[in-house]
Design a protein around this ligand. Sequence first.
Ligand code: SAH
Ligand code: SF4
Length: 337
Amino acid sequence: MVELGEKKMRGRQIANHLYKRFENSFNSMDDLPQAFRTLLESQYRVSPLHVARHLKSRDGVEKLLVHGGDEQVFECVLLPYSDRVSCCLSTQVGCPMGCTFCATGLGGFDRNLSVGEIIGQYLLLSALSIRPISHVVFMGMGEPLLNFGNLLKAIQLLHDEVGISHRRITVSTVGIAPQIRELAKLKLPIHLALSLHSPFDDIRSRLMPVNKKWSVAEIMGEMRNYQRATGRKITIEYLLIAGVNDSKEQALELARLVQGVPSVINLIPWNWVDTGNGFARPTREQVRAFRQILESRGANVTERTERGHDIAAACGQLAGQHQGKFAKRGTPLQVTT
Ligand code: SAH
Ligand code: SF4
């Protein structure tokens, strides 16, 4: 605002409209002079995002498929619970990590999202939500720590402008060691979740190529360091794929890995995606058996409550179905006439 020759307070007024009232046009910012609103409207845009699809699940979950004008779609999800409202945001279009069980990973990578595109997802979902969004999880498409600068700026906006405390922000990562160390140095009480999915290097490397770069031991070392630096409990996400990573040996080793570390293991039964690997979802009994071994060794365990099944709310599933757009990874959208 100062650069535009305006008073500083105009910046505060506009920030309030954007981040507290979720206004989607300058014209509706009624405490700005009309001439200034017209000027802003002609030169700037409030939201960088276009909604390609809006789906509502029977259980209250809402999902938006959005794009920033280039038709490369990405997803964000609103998750209302009885005691809180959470939202799940994407940080990249696609993902370069290539995890073999993940719809996003199988689709390849296009680009990082800008800060505006990350925060724009929050603003669109807030405008939809009846109750204020209290929690943000970065578990949508992409690997948040590979878009580190924009992730941090988005978190800063959520914290400073929207007023969401760091404790209510969760970053889920495949395990990028240098960035976990950087995040630890900031000493912000952000909740960090590691997608581990196997305590054995050979199996984890098959599921997640990133493990060839940073092994289980290395990445768990970084997580322990993060825990000590921030004082926050860490979460270990553990996807269960039948016959692949749900053995007794893996449960025992997983329990050993978290021993003495303030942590929670979140078990996630794998959502079916056509991977071509013959992966299958475990039965409830298999999940229960795995959980019992962990608990018998003193680990804290939760199970991910599954929401939005009827609208393909899991990571990358919907964007993957968005044929003809998302499928054109790495090349501009082909327009057929
Ligand atoms: N890239 C980050 C965050 C996005 S993925 C990460 O990998 O942690 C968010 C979570 O969804 C991860 O734990 C990931 O392993 C999990 N996930 C991916 N594909 C899934 C599927 N088909 N079913 C269930 N969870 C899945
Ligand atoms: Fe990327 Fe996460 Fe999917 Fe792996 S699980 S491909 S890191 S989005």
